[in-house]
Design a binder for this molecule. Structure first.
Ligand code: SAH
Length: 190
């Protein structure tokens, strides 16, 4: 069976991220990936979750409380500032990151991720990412402005140096209504 988009994004993270790693949920949204990441890194690892929207911060904190999760820090700030919130030790153990692009379902559709800040965030994370670490982008692009972000992200990802990164595209090409797809960036060993 082919894995769905969500399932495949989690599979990629599980393959690349180790117990004890630091990881970044760049778009907390409803907090589902934050909970998932906290389990992957285990009690000795740590998740940093970012969102600019109050509702997303509240939803995520609620979910963490429900699951009694202690190894996560939720920060209301743009993911473009993410790396500035981590200590040197946390930066050197950075094993992975997930981005869910687009708007928060059930909330303000006017608040969407934008390619300028998304790419800035990816660049910062890639600089510090461990070898064999991974950045997984789940690209939702059906909303107003989503086509622009998609185009810019693809352009950016297409030009990442193949000596340094493996860049994967995963998506279902016969689905209607702008289905989400995955771009995954793995840092190669030097
Ligand atoms: N489209 C996905 C969910 C995307 S949620 C789905 O359908 O499942 C995207 C989240 O990114 C939103 O909660 C939004 O508030 C957040 N966001 C937008 N810009 C951001 C930024 N610069 N930094 C961090 N989070 C951001």
């Amino acid at each position: 069976m082919m894995k769905g988009i969500l399932q495949f994004s989690h599979y990629l993270i599980e393959e690349a991220v180790n117990k004890g790693d630091t990881v970044i949920d760049a778009t907390c949204g409803n907090g589902n990936d934050t909970v998932f990441l906290s389990k992957v890194v285990g009690e000795n690892g740590h998740v940093f979750g970012f969102d600019i929207q109050e509702q997303a911060i509240l939803n995520t904190q609620g979910k963490l409380a429900l699951h009694k999760i202690k190894n996560a820090t939720i920060i209301k700030d743009s993911h473009s500032n993410a790396i500035h919130h981590l200590t040197v030790d946390q930066l050197t153990s950075l094993g992975g990151s997930i981005f869910n692009l687009g708007y928060l379902p059930g909330s303000d559709k006017g608040i969407v991720t934008k390619s300028e800040t998304t790419i800035l965030a990816i660049e910062g994370i890639l600089t510090h990412l461990k070898e064999n670490g991974i950045v997984v982008l789940v690209v939702y692009h059906g909303h107003a402005g989503g086509d622009v972000e998609k185009r810019n992200i693809m352009e950016y990802a297409n030009h990442l140096d193949q000596k340094q990164y493996s860049v994967l595209y995963y998506g279902f090409i016969n689905q209607k209504n702008n289905p989400p797809f995955i771009i995954a960036i793995e840092k190669k060993t030097r």
